[in-house]
Ligand binder design. Structure first.
Ligand SMILES: [Zn+2]
Length: 345
């Protein structure tokens, strides 16, 4: 970790044009680093940004906004699931029984609400909304904006994003060039991040093997309960499989762009599908026709006067959905999937 940056108050150095290669070099060197690490914050922060690419506001020419609330909520979710659910330690033992700030916050929170630290096995999504927000707010103040924001910015040579504490900005303004490259090489960045993070965790959690660690990191932001999405789409009147048109009895909810690529759940990326299409499509992308159908579906859906729908559509634009679809293809996701039974429609 570049210790020079952690207490920086702001970065307002103007962005100059930067090539794909330079962005990749900059991120890789921030993640790989040479100095000895004492926390995993950097990896979690970077994962929080990657997992939030769907939520970045693209309505500007040169820099794109991502709020601290979104970053911190993801940060809270990852650490809750890794520390409390998977029991992964985040700091070497023997340093005078010291624990990291993030562990302290989580343990205090558990004590406050009477959750046992040793026996809490439910996922972050099991917490009530207000509790999720309380925890994420605390983490935002005491970890994300305190220790990580400046350090990661320094590690990327102040070229990744702008931020300002004195101006009380509520998030980071990501350089457009960086955003484009992050989205384009998303899977590769994720792998480098996981690899370095696993090396760090292996040194602390001796009994864990890398394969198990990789799957724990990857699943740390996976929702188990997709019912709100299923229910809303059904209420909206989607009674047929989005892909084959069959009437839905027992409906399954499907990430149009696979979850394994976007690592996010947004209503506008969900469709209802019959179990057969759901399992056959799996981690593939459909043909372009279905992307057009989803555009039309979303135009109608976003008009629904429903709090949940309005919240979910806050960061939606079709061009972002289309960009992520193309990037998933670029990242190696098989595209052109069609349901077998489509002719029978
Ligand atoms: Zn179907």
């Amino acid at each position: 970790m570049n210790n020079a940056g952690w207490d920086a108050k702001e970065n307002l150095i103007p962005f100059s044009p930067i090539t794909d290669g330079e962005v990749i070099r900059s991120i890789n060197s921030a993640l790989i680093g040479n100095s000895k690490r004492t926390t995993s914050y950097k990896f979690v922060f970077f994962k929080s940004i990657l997992d939030n690419l769907f939520n970045v506001d693209l309505n500007s020419d040169s820099e794109y906004f991502l709020g601290f609330d979104a970053i911190s909520l993801r940060f809270a979710e990852i650490y809750w699931n890794l520390i409390l659910r998977c029991k992964l330690r985040q700091m070497p033992e023997n340093s005078d029984g010291k624990i990291s700030a993030i562990e302290r916050i989580l343990f205090d929170f558990c004590e406050k609400y009477g959750y046992s630290i040793d026996e809490t096995e439910f996922a972050f999504e099991g917490l009530r909304n207000a509790q999720q927000l309380e925890l994420s707010e605390k983490i935002k103040k005491s970890v994300v904006t305190k220790y990580v924001l400046g350090a990661f910015c320094a590690d990327t040579d102040w070229k990744f994003y702008h931020f300002s504490k004195p101006k009380k900005w509520h998030g980071i303004f990501i350089s457009r060039d960086f955003f484009i490259v992050l989205a384009k090489y998303r899977s590769d960045f994720e792998k480098v991040n996981y690899f370095e993070w696993i090396k760090y965790l292996e040194g602390i959690n001796k009994e864990e093997d890398s394969y198990m660690l990789a799957s724990k990191l990857d699943k740390s932001t996976e929702r188990e309960n997709l019912n709100p999405y299923r229910k809303t789409l059904f209420e909206f009147g989607q009674t047929k499989c989005f892909y084959c048109g069959k009437n839905l009895g027992e409906n399954a909810v499907d990430h149009f762009i696979p979850w394994s690529f976007v690592k996010d759940d947004k209503l506008w990326n969900f469709v209802l599908a019959c179990p057969l299409c759901n399992s056959k499509k799996s981690d593939s992308l459909t043909s372009q026709d279905f992307l057009d159908n989803l555009r039309l579906r979303n135009e109608k859906l976003r008009k629904m006067n429903h709090d949940f729908v309005q919240r979910e559509f806050k960061s939606y634009t079709f061009s972002k959905l289309a960009l992520m679809y193309q990037n998933a293809v670029f990242n190696g996701y098989r595209c052109g999937w069609m349901p077998g039974g489509r002719d029978a429609r």
